[in-house]
Write a protein that binds this ligand. Structure first.
Ligand SMILES: Cc1cc2nc3c(=O)[nH]c(=O)nc-3n(C[C@H](O)[C@H](O)[C@H](O)COP(=O)(O)OP(=O)(O)OC[C@H]3O[C@@H](n4cnc5c(N)ncnc54)[C@H](O)[C@@H]3O)c2cc1C
Length: 389
């Protein structure tokens, strides 16, 4: 068996989260950080599938804080990291069609205001029409809007963090599948078994996205993260709507759309794939249904054509309370989790990478993430408020 160079910290998963972790460990002064990913290049997992939304309009204080902290870090990204995350504050527009939906938006907004996100406002249908004139407001009674929400480029953030981490001395090994772990009698991980040989490690960070539970199980640890398929349709012809169109979300069924590189991207959350939960095929019936919905709700798309080959699916990494899981494993003292962002992992990658970097290095936290502890489920402290999306 080939032996790979020992790592002080092995980060398993080179998606946006693993890249942010590697950078924050390296900038904290940790030497010999290694990122391992089974893909042949960046973007093998969910990060390349993300539609690139960024928002602070969440319903819980911790998610609002993660967004505000990440936004500050994204604004400094060109200076700190040397790359452009293309943060584009065109806003997120939520549309409600019942009093109950409006009440949930208002309750979420109270949490946002309490965290300092004063620019988030409730709007009436007339204001919604001026914010996004392309949308049909049949049945819409009001909504919420935050002008500092908008878009980011997931792969630019991933590549930026990886590049900066490498510049600081971290190594990245592609085509390296972690297939097992050797633990000592106390359950501490001593070696990773990979498709390219064994690697001795001092600590391991689980940044394996939707596959995180499988990775944790290799160390005998449990992690309640499951994959959830999300299908995306991309419409033609291009340039029907301006690039500045805000992310627009119908609260009643979660249908939402944005414009990226001239194409309208349509997302309508439906239950996960039947059978294999890691299946990322796109269902023809879903394409038909989402096309009909788009034509009805966005009149400018009435002639839109959605071709099968321009649709794709990816996997969210769901935790039981739809919040990230951050901290050391209860079952394995040198296994660290930064998982379960539940579909918000790109936008929160800056703050989450910094947070786990501080945990590992024993630094005081810049942002208190103790609510996101892996222990919360066993200790009956799961986060209760339902998130908006
Ligand atoms: C359709 C869609 C739209 C989305 N839109 C948004 C959005 O608008 N905004 C947002 O913030 N988030 C969005 N997300 C969620 C976002 O993509 C994820 O939260 C984020 O990418 C998670 O990053 P990650 O690094 O944890 O996982 P990933 O990017 O999946 O990276 C995990 C990596 O781990 C590697 N890996 C796994 N197991 C092993 C192993 N055993 N050995 C070696 N390597 C391994 C994989 O190859 C992969 O590269 C979206 C997701 C989908 C599917």
């Amino acid at each position: 068996m080939k032996h790979l160079k020992k790592a002080a910290v092995a980060v398993v998963g080179g998606g946006v989260i693993g890249a942010s972790v590697a950078y924050h460990l390296a900038i904290n002064g940790v030497r010999n950080v290694v990122v391992l990913d089974r893909g042949s290049m960046p973007g093998a997992g969910s990060t390349s599938r993300a539609t690139g939304g960024f928002r602070a309009q969440f319903g819980t204080a911790i998610n609002v804080r993660l967004s505000i902290a990440s936004r500050e870090m994204l604004l400094r990204f060109p200076d700190d990291i040397g790359a452009d995350p293309e943060y584009s504050p065109v806003g997120y527009l939520w549309l409600a069609s019942s009093d109950a939906q409006l009440a949930s938006l208002l309750a979420a907004q109270r949490s946002q205001h309490a965290e300092g996100l004063r620019e988030a406002v409730m709007i009436n249908p007339g204001e919604a029409a001026s914010i996004n004139p392309a949308v049909s407001l049949d049945g819409v009674i009001g909504g919420a809007f935050c002008p500092t929400d908008g878009y980011i480029r997931p792969m630019a953030i991933l590549r930026g963090y990886l590049g900066a981490a490498k510049w600081l001395g971290a190594r990245v090994q592609w085509r390296t599948d972690v297939v097992g772990m050797s633990c000592n009698a106390n359950g501490r991980i001593e070696k990773l078994r990979t498709s390219r040989g064994e690697m001795a490690v001092d600590a391991v960070v689980n940044a394996a996205g939707p596959w995180a539970a499988r990775l944790a199980a290799m160390a005998g640890a449990s992690l309640p993260v499951v994959p959830l398929r999300r299908q995306v349709a991309v419409s033609r012809p291009p340039d029907v709507l301006p690039e500045t169109t805000p992310m627009t979300i119908f609260v009643d069924d979660g249908f939402h759309f944005r414009v990226r590189d001239g194409r309208v991207m349509l997302v309508w959350p439906t239950p996960g794939a039947p059978g294999d939960p890691f299946d990322v095929s796109v269902e023809p019936e879903w394409i038909e249904a989402v096309t009909a919905k788009a034509r009805q709700r966005v009149p400018a798309l009435r002639d839109a054509v959605i071709k099968r080959n321009s649709c794709y699916a990816g996997l969210y990494e769901m935790s039981p309370d739809r919040h990230a899981i951050v901290g050391v494993s209860a079952e394995c003292e040198n296994l660290f989790f930064v998982n379960g962002s539940s579909g918000h992992g790109v936008m929160h990658a800056p703050a989450l990478g910094r947070a786990i970097g501080e945990v590992i290095c024993g630094f005081p936290p810049t942002l208190d993430v103790s609510e996101l502890s892996p222990l919360r489920f066993a200790e009956g402290r799961a986060i209760e408020a339902a998130e908006l999306l």
